[in-house]
Design a protein around this ligand. Structure first.
Ligand SMILES: [Zn+2]
Length: 152
């Protein structure tokens, strides 16, 4: 694990699976619809694609736990999928961590790495930011780039 990720505010989908969703069976399989990392019956079963990166498993599990929490059974509409990802992204990327990471990250994938999420989950988070949050990020980035060494 990279440093900085194990802060108290970090949301732990694996711990949550063990504690809050102990009855849910997690199956690792290749039998997942194309383009998806995982899916769930919304009740007691999650299927997850084999050979995912740890960060992909973390994000996929968070997304499926949202479906379970909401009792989403059956096939999900694209809107419902997007909503689950937005909610998972809010869990996985606390505001303070996002605000700190944007100060120095030089690109989208670097920012995703630092926040230990996939790029789609990062986009789900940033796409749902409010105007006031976007402005706070703009100020934070501006400040980070305009601190001149030796300039008093
Ligand atoms: Zn989904």
């Amino acid at each position: 694990m990279k440093h900085g990720h194990a802060t108290a505010s970090t949301y732990h989908p694996w711990r949550m699976l063990r504690t809050d969703w102990a009855h849910v069976e997690l199956e690792h399989t290749d039998d997942i619809p194309c383009g998806r990392l995982a899916d769930t019956n919304g009740i007691d079963h999650i299927r997850m694609r084999r050979r995912l990166y740890q960060v992909e498993r973390r994000c996929a599990l968070a997304h499926e736990l949202i479906h379970l929490e909401r009792g989403n059974t059956g096939e999900c509409s694209p809107a419902l999928q997007a909503e689950a990802s937005r909610e998972a992204a809010r869990w996985l990327i606390p505001w303070e961590q996002l605000l700190a990471a944007v100060r120095w990250s030089r690109g989208e994938s670097e920012l995703a790495d630092e926040l230990w999420v996939t790029v789609p989950i990062l986009r789900a988070r940033t796409g749902a930011l409010r105007a006031v949050e976007l402005m706070e990020i703009a100020f934070a980035v501006h400040d980070a780039h305009y601190i001149m060494p030796g300039d008093e």
